[in-house]
Ligand binder design. Structure first.
Ligand SMILES: CC(C)(COP(=O)(O)OP(=O)(O)OC[C@H]1O[C@@H](n2cnc3c(N)ncnc32)[C@H](O)[C@@H]1OP(=O)(O)O)[C@@H](O)C(=O)NCCC(=O)NCCS
Length: 407
């Protein structure tokens, strides 16, 4: 049957929202539909129509991505991807990805990002796993800090109205220092702070605590899950996100979480793998990683512009033979003249040092996945001896990349 792919109009938006949730097993009730129906324009929406009915959806948020070296690049955040169960494996996702990447090229985007429901889906479209998230648990009884750490900070519990005013700016300050983090559009904050009961998984609504230390700031959003065991309080404090612009602010927010009365267990939903606070704990092994998983996936939509948008750890020259089966206009040999002050990247006829697909380059882009690891898996080919080691040095990031934003 004929399928048309195009942007969604305001009138079609409620149908789009309904269709977007079905592949995730969610049928929106009347009240939720009413709320969601007002959100037209929160992100750019694309859909596949069959005989006028929406059978597949995709979209992209207007976001910026912080890249190594302290700058950022406009990078649409792909969202709302779903295909009705009646229409799966008929090429609809592939058609939406093709249209979306063509749109991104047309809009002059250099980079795109997404979070994947399953890690098997997006590599074929040129996206690479670029940041890793760590879910972790800590029993409060083992949460003591080393003696030389005594965090202090001005803490304030915010109500929803205050959180709406305060948190976006505090986040943005921290975001600009964290490679791999993305900016959060207004519609993102609205959805996050709305915190509907069905999204709480039996725990309390979100508490928001901001911490300030001079010019530095941060916040923690958390829930409490009540539990009394034979009259003994055994609550779990679930950290939805903990954002800080400096290490002392981070320590003060951790200390706050560890001090909340009635709590026996702390659960962090998404920490950096290199969580610095591990080294603050007297008993660091007690911070137990329960899940290590992909978080942000990166797609270089325009290879030379993307590579020029970041800075590099060491000055050197590399020739990369980039394979891009899904966006052949990207496929070429590129000479990357990179350094701490920026880079120049041009097509070249010179002999390549490394051969890799655009997805592997996406993985290495933020400095979080070493080319040597990808090469050991047969995913990067070293054509000049020593080029892999050089690439790891050049692409490595001073601050390990991490993304906390769920979109
Ligand atoms: C994942 C999903 C979007 C795929 O859509 P689709 O239209 O079936 O995908 P396509 O038909 O274009 O598949 C393209 C290729 O990817 C493969 N593929 C797609 N989704 C896959 C999955 N979840 N697991 C394994 N392979 C998958 C297909 O088998 C096909 O491979 P082939 O080219 O070798 O035949 C759809 O199944 C879905 O909506 N799933 C539930 C919600 C979800 O996970 N959304 C993604 C949010 S990030």
């Amino acid at each position: 049957m004929e399928v048309e792919i195009r942007e969604v109009t305001a009138e079609e938006w409620p149908e789009y929202v309904r269709a977007e949730h079905i592949p995730f097993g969610i049928q929106l009730g009347d009240a939720e539909m009413k709320y969601q129906s007002q959100r037209y324009g929160a992100w750019n929406a694309l859909a596949a129509f069959e005989e006028g009915r929406i059978v597949a959806t995709a979209g992209d948020w207007d976001m910026r991505l912080t890249v190594p070296g302290g700058s950022d690049v406009h990078a649409p955040g792909v969202t709302a991807v779903g295909v009705l169960p009646t229409h799966r494996r008929q090429g609809l996702l592939t058609a939406l990805m093709r249209r979306q990447l063509d749109d991104f090229r047309g809009r002059g985007e250099a980079v795109a990002t997404l979070l994947a429901a399953e890690s098997v889906i997006y590599g074929r479209f040129g996206y690479g796993w670029a940041t890793t998230s760590m879910a972790a648990e800590l029993d409060r009884v083992h949460g003591a800090f080393r003696d030389d750490v005594a965090p202090t900070g001005e803490l304030q519990l915010l109500d929803k109205t205050e959180a709406t005013k305060v948190l976006p700016d505090v986040f943005e300050q921290a975001r600009r220092r964290q490679p791999g983090e993305v900016s959060r559009p207004e519609g993102w904050w609205e959805q996050h702070l709305r915190d509907p009961e069905w999204a709480r998984d039996g725990a309390s609504e979100l508490f928001h605590v901001v911490c300030r230390m001079g010019d530095e700031a941060g916040f923690v959003d958390y829930r409490l899950k009540e539990n009394w065991d034979d009259n003994i309080p055994q609550y779990t404090l679930r950290v939805d996100q903990l954002i800080a612009s400096s290490a002392p602010v981070r320590a003060a927010l951790w200390q706050y979480c560890l001090d909340v009365d009635l709590v026996a267990h702390i659960r962090f939903e998404n920490l950096p793998v290199q969580e610095p606070m591990r080294w603050t704990l007297r008993d660091p092994r007690r911070l137990r990683a329960t899940t290590l998983a992909d978080w942000l996936w990166v797609r270089l939509v325009d290879v030379p512009r993307a590579l020029e948008a970041r800075r590099y750890r060491a000055a050197d020259r590399l020739v990369l033979d980039v394979v891009d089966a899904f966006l052949p206009e990207n496929e070429a040999c590129y000479e990357l003249d990179a350094g701490p002050d920026g880079a120049r990247c041009r097509k070249t006829n010179a002999a390549p040092d490394l051969r890799l697909s655009v997805a592997e380059l996406g993985s290495a882009y933020l400095g979080g996945v070493p080319m040597t690891s990808l090469a050991a898996a047969g995913r990067v080919e070293e054509l000049t001896a020593g080029a892999l080691a050089k690439a790891d040095l050049v692409f490595g990031a001073d601050v390990p990349p991490w993304c906390s934003t769920d979109f």
